[in-house]
Design a protein around this ligand. Sequence first.
Ligand code: SAM
Ligand code: SF4
Length: 328
Amino acid sequence: MLIDRFGRLITYLRISVTDRCNMRCVYCMPAEGIPLQSHENILRYEEIVQIVRLAAEHGIREVRLTGGEPLVRLDLPILVHMIAQIPGIEDISLTTNGLLLEKVAQSLAEAGLKRVNISLDTLDSAKFERITRGGSLEKVLRGIEAAERVGLAPIKLNVVAMRGVNDDELIEMAKLTLQRPWHVRFIEMMPIQNQDSWGNGFPPPEEAYISVHEMRQLLFPLNLQPVNEKVGNGPAREYRIPGAKGIVGFISPIGEHFCQSCNRLRLTADGHLRPCLLSDLEIPVLQALRAGEDILPLLERAILIKPEGHELALNHSPMSRCMRQIGG
Ligand code: SAM
Ligand code: SF4
């Protein structure tokens, strides 16, 4: 069992399969000048599987694939299939921007993927193109439909709420849950290497943050009711618009953070175990793995150094990597 110094049982591994992305969301990375890891520094599928197998032997039950954009990595369904065969792994999910999802949804589901989270910050195509610096809303919507068709459920849509960007759309986005059994989750924007100007037409980044408290106020007209049944073990606080098929969630890494119940460990694409998204503490495993060394002590060390909580509220934010490098 992987239990940290604060008694938290670690059962969930988030794996970043690549630091590359086919979009450039303003709050996630700069428009250009992004250093990328060379291919030989990126974990191969066999290496990821080796780490997951060891982690599963010690209590990891749930795996999420993320990135960068996980679907830009060739043959992702092969990795999903390999992980699905590992004894102990009960749940495999994916976080994606959805741009490439339409074509690959079926093979992902056949390979053993259970669920998918798709990032969707606006329902306006022109705005979508601006926020993502070139992404196509239509393609993402087709990806969402495809995921639903092949039974990747529940579909969760991640919305990073930003003042002066999409705060005028939160009600409309929440209303997507009226007719569809989707989870629309509003997320506080974290200040992770995104505080330089986002370009013309965007507010200064430091003004864009909206707390979940304020989001709930903006959604007051929808009469959201707390949901009692716990769907999933994630950090979202869940509500329902009366009579709606889906769920409205709020994820508050800053205002109402969920560190106390954090059950997560992360693996970066370049082979570092990272016990907290928001702390720069990491344990490198790639070289040891390639040298044929026993990596169990490294896994145990990663659990041992997991911090009690983050200090975003004190303006301490991670410096070493941005979101696409950590794996959001
Ligand atoms: N490319 C995939 C995607 O966009 O879903 C997976 C990686 S992305 C880093 C994972 C999630 O992190 C996305 O839902 C994205 O909106 C979110 N994210 C990125 N930067 C963020 C930030 N600064 N604050 C809060 N969420 C952020
Ligand atoms: Fe790419 Fe996801 Fe970051 Fe957007 S949020 S730039 S899609 S990694």
